[in-house]
Ligand binder design. Structure first.
Ligand code: UDP
Ligand code: MG
Length: 314
């Protein structure tokens, strides 16, 4: 069994030699069907301006299992993972960060867990060695994502994951979707997803590539991307439902107001009248948005037959 490591690199020169040494050491300890695994390491340079690329060149000179995909500029972690995914040769794929925070000593555990029959084994940084201001938003993000997707994981954001190759071939990672890989896999029918606790280390060299802005972006992502992933095939299920609820409430209030009116009561100054009309309008707007959403889903997304969903074919 060949295991492909996909490792995004953005200015991590100081970590790379040690990372390479530890990954190879632990890959060679790993087994699949009682046979030692073979490995390839695909470093994806995401526009580094330090010596990362030179170091990877040197690693490749000494070990032709080391490969490099190098971006001209920084495109982000999702783009880096996607580039790696489209170039893997292995039957299993492991992703991990290149800053030595993910402990390569966990590689044999991940692989043996995957061998139990799972499609995806996700790392859980239960002892996450990052500042509290990073851990807290992450907890919130994970709770929202788990609730919205129905996937019971503690740590969606952890890059350290092992996949069967079919999963990698079936998903596309773009935008900020690297935090939603289990959700993408699940949506394509890979529901055998589990997690194992992985050791997490403090960053030894360099600094985190994500600043304070990430918390805002992460928060918006948690809302919009989760929402998008849940309702992109069926906007009516959300907008239509709430449109009908608001419309019905508004209608009820207006009927009640009309009854009062015909009973001779003055309703002109009642806030309820305003609310009733408002709810009807809001309901109509929401319902229309749902219809427009349905109209906008292009024929590709609507296709009920999608090659990525097929498990076996003769
Ligand atoms: N990374 C990347 N492109 C980016 C940002 C980060 O390839 O635009 C890589 C980075 O080199 C590291 C991993 O993604 O291997 C995680 O980044 P970082 O350690 O900064 O994130 P944190 O651990 O702080 O969440
Ligand atoms: Mg890190």
């Amino acid at each position: 069994m060949l295991c492909s490591f996909v490792i995004p690199v953005f200015n991590e020169a100081e970590s790379l030699n040690e990372l390479y040494r530890q990954v190879v050491q632990n890959a060679l300890l790993s087994k699949w069907c009682n046979e030692p695994i073979k490995y390839e390491i695909i470093f994806v340079n995401d526009g580094s301006s330090d010596d990362s690329v030179e170091i990877i060149h040197k690693l490749h000179d000494n070990d032709d299992n080391v490969h490099l995909i190098s971006f001209r500029k920084n495109f982000g972690k999702s783009a880096a993972l996607q580039a790696g995914f489209r170039n893997v040769s292995g039957g299993i794929v492991i992703t991990m960060d290149s800053d030595l925070q993910d402990d390569p000593a966990e590689i044999p555990n991940m692989i043996s867990k995957l061998e139990e029959g799972y499609d995806l084994v996700s790392g859980w940084k239960f002892n996450r060695q990052d500042p509290a201001e990073k851990k807290l938003p992450s907890k919130l993000f994970n709770a929202v994502t788990s609730y919205m997707s129905g996937i019971k994981l503690h740590d969606f954001d952890c890059c350290f994951k092992a996949y069967r190759r079919e999963v990698i071939d079936a998903i596309d990672v773009y935008g900020e979707l690297h935090r939603y890989l289990p959700v993408l896999a699940y949506r394509q029918g890979f529901s055998n997803i589990t997690e194992i606790k992985v050791n997490h280390k403090k960053r030894q060299f360099g600094h985190s590539k994500y600043g304070f802005r990430r918390y805002f972006h992460g928060l918006f992502d948690a809302i919009t991307t989760n929402f998008l992933l849940k309702y992109c095939d069926s906007p009516m299920y959300f907008f239509g439902k709430w449109g009908m609820i608001f419309g019905a409430l508004g209608l009820l209030i207006c009927v009640w107001m009309s009854v009062l009116h015909f009973m001779g009561q003055a309703i002109g100054s009642r806030p309820a009248l305003f609310l009733g009309v408002l709810f009807i309008l809001v309901g109509f707007q929401l319902f229309s948005t749902g219809i427009i959403g349905e109209m906008m889903i292009d024929s590709h997304a609507r296709e009920s037959y999608n090659e990525n969903r097929v498990k076996e074919k003769f």
